[in-house]
Design a binder for this molecule. Structure first.
Ligand SMILES: [Zn+2]
Length: 573
């Protein structure tokens, strides 16, 4: 038995060495050819995902800094997207890793010419290209493009990822030897303490403010007294670099009791298909209600993230009235700078735990089961794997919401419960007039009163769509065409370098709703117009394809429900 245990330990140690050893430290150089300043780290907590790379700051908060290949290889993919990564370029390297450069303003000439040729061939601004290995061989430090702000980016920066080429799993790029000047230990902002029932379900939670006692040690001086028998924790924390107050993400957190490590995680590799489990990792309620990100220091049942190392107690600790338990939570950045938080927890004698507010519910949603609620006018079906924990769900009619609408408003509760996959909302649409059937959509009504189009298709008299948030839903119709507004256009554009328009729609889009579709023609020939999804700016750069002379421009714009706008104008070039 002892020998067996010894071998198991050896194998465990060997495999750890192997994992850490698989990241080459010398292969890649800085893709900006200077010291790297970060405005975002790998694994940083973002809405519905962990950040998959590093955000590298521009020198002067403007677009245009040159971007270079981090190593030899070849361009394997170029993706042009109105949203997401914007202008993105992928390079495969012989060491089995792929680097990705996203939100680029534009590319170097040879690459840009190839993209434009493909865009005209496919008659589409958005393209996803896979040039073969011989098309664009790349040497280390070869310039590939310019830093920008395209796609879902709010300020010029380079989003830089390193992935395993074989399965495209992103790896923490700091494993590859990039030197970041960081001598600051992470800042611990708040501790959240969860009182748990015997099954490990949260009865209630409270947020505590630790005191900083020196550079990096925090303390909650008084023992935390709880009525429950079990307790778990969460932590709000961030890291900074030298000479910069940008709040970046941390690398690892470790929780120990009586000096022994009981729960830890580190942010090394997070496969894309698991990134949405962030909503199980964080305290989703605090995110939705207060916009605060807490790392949850215990795994919910349905959490499939491969980042945790979990002891016997699963991060859920028994407490008693006799001896306070001594906990230490230690937070590290990638450089190994660490902060600790120490506190004690003791159970109150002879006191029943405050139980969670008793709520009415229709049924209990479970992680491994299909959950269905059927009521007058609505059916909601959550597939397997939708819930991360036991979740009492209900569908409630919003009072007084019948009159004048195509359906009542239904509140799907709890509105602050996370769901992992799409679930189906089907609402009776008998009162939608036949002429408006193809204009009707499943609408989500956000708490601030704004309406979101979640798409929808008819099955008999029922309108159905897949959605990914609990909340209030109804049927609305959209008969208003989207708008095209000239921003930078003139009937005489002789000598101009570009023309710009702004497109917009009356309803926002989410989940299964489709974004605006557009196409532009000059003298009935398709022309390339780039779209910045976040601003709606539609741009055509004059490049000689349209010869000097008189021309006719037509832009066609269609929304998710088929409402169409056409703009026609004459111009001289
Ligand atoms: Zn980024």
């Amino acid at each position: 038995m002892k020998i067996y245990a010894f071998f198991t330990l050896c194998i465990a140690l060997l495999s750890m060495v192997e994992i850490i050893g698989t990241y080459p430290k010398e292969d890649f150089v800085s893709p900006v050819n200077r010291d790297i300043k970060l405005s975002g780290t790998f694994g940083e907590l973002r809405t519905n995902h962990f950040h998959a790379g590093l955000d590298i700051k521009s020198l002067h908060q403007t677009s245009g800094d040159p971007v270079y290949a981090a190593a030899d290889g070849h361009i394997s993919r170029i993706k042009i997207d109105e949203f997401g990564y914007g202008n993105a370029l992928y390079i495969d390297h012989p060491d089995g890793f792929t680097t990705l450069y996203a939100h680029l303003d534009h590319f170097t000439d040879e690459i840009q010419d190839y993209i434009k040729e493909q865009q005209y061939l496919q008659k589409s601004f958005e393209v996803d290209l896979n040039p073969g290995p011989d098309k664009f061989p790349i040497v280390q430090m070869q310039q590939i493009g310019y830093m920008g702000n395209t796609g879902n980016s709010y300020g010029a920066h380079l989003h830089f990822e390193i992935r395993h080429t074989n399965d495209q799993t992103p790896v923490n790029p700091l494993h590859f030897g990039f030197d970041i000047a960081d001598h600051h230990a992470p800042v611990i902002q708040q501790l959240i303490v969860y009182e748990l029932d015997e099954d490990g379900q949260v009865l209630n939670s409270s947020i505590m403010q630790p005191k900083l006692t020196d550079d990096s040690n925090y303390l909650i001086a008084e023992p935390i007294e709880l009525a429950s028998q079990k307790v778990a924790f969460g932590l709000r924390t961030y890291d900074t670099e030298d000479g910069d107050d940008n709040k970046n993400g941390i690398y690892s957190i470790q929780c120990s009791a009586e000096g022994k490590t009981k729960f830890e995680f580190s942010l090394d590799e997070i496969p894309f298909e698991k990134a949405r489990y962030i909503n199980a990792h964080i305290d989703y309620k605090e995110k939705v209600n207060q916009n605060l990100f807490f790392h949850r220091m215990y795994p919910l049942e349905g959490n499939r993230l491969p980042i945790y190392s979990i002891g016997e107690e699963q991060g859920r600790f028994m407490i008693n009235p006799e001896y306070p338990r001594q906990f230490t939570i230690s937070v590290s950045d990638f450089k190994g700078n660490a902060s600790t938080l120490s506190f004690q927890v003791v159970q109150l004698k002879n006191e029943a735990p405050r139980s969670a507010k008793q709520i009415k519910y229709n049924t209990i949603g479970l992680p491994e089961a299909v959950t269905i609620v059927t009521q007058q006018g609505i059916q909601v079906v959550w597939p397997e794997g939708c819930f991360y924990e036991k979740t009492p769900v209900s569908v409630n009619l919003v009072p007084g919401s019948h009159s004048g609408n195509y359906s009542p408003y239904f509140e799907i509760d709890p509105v602050d419960a996370p769901v992992h996959t799409y679930f189906n909302v089907s609402i009776d649409g008998l009162s939608v007039p036949p002429s408006l059937l193809n204009r009707a959509f499943i609408a989500r009504c956000d708490p601030n009163g704004s309406i979101v189009n979640c798409g929808g298709s008819w099955i008999g008299n029922t309108l159905t769509s897949g959605v990914r948030e609990m909340g209030t839903y109804t049927i609305l119709v959209d008969t208003i065409p989207p708008k095209i507004k000239p921003i930078h256009f003139n009937s005489n554009m002789t000598g101009w370098v570009q023309m710009d328009f702004r497109i917009s729609d009356n309803v926002r889009i989410r989940d299964k709703g489709r974004d605006l579709m557009y196409s532009a023609y000059v003298d009935n020939e398709w022309i390339l117009m780039s779209l910045d999804g976040k601003t709606g700016l539609l741009t055509h750069k004059f490049d000689g394809r349209i010869p000097p002379g008189d021309h006719r421009l037509m832009i066609k714009l269609t929304d998710d429900r088929g409402n169409e706008s056409i703009l026609e104008k004459s111009f001289t070039l």
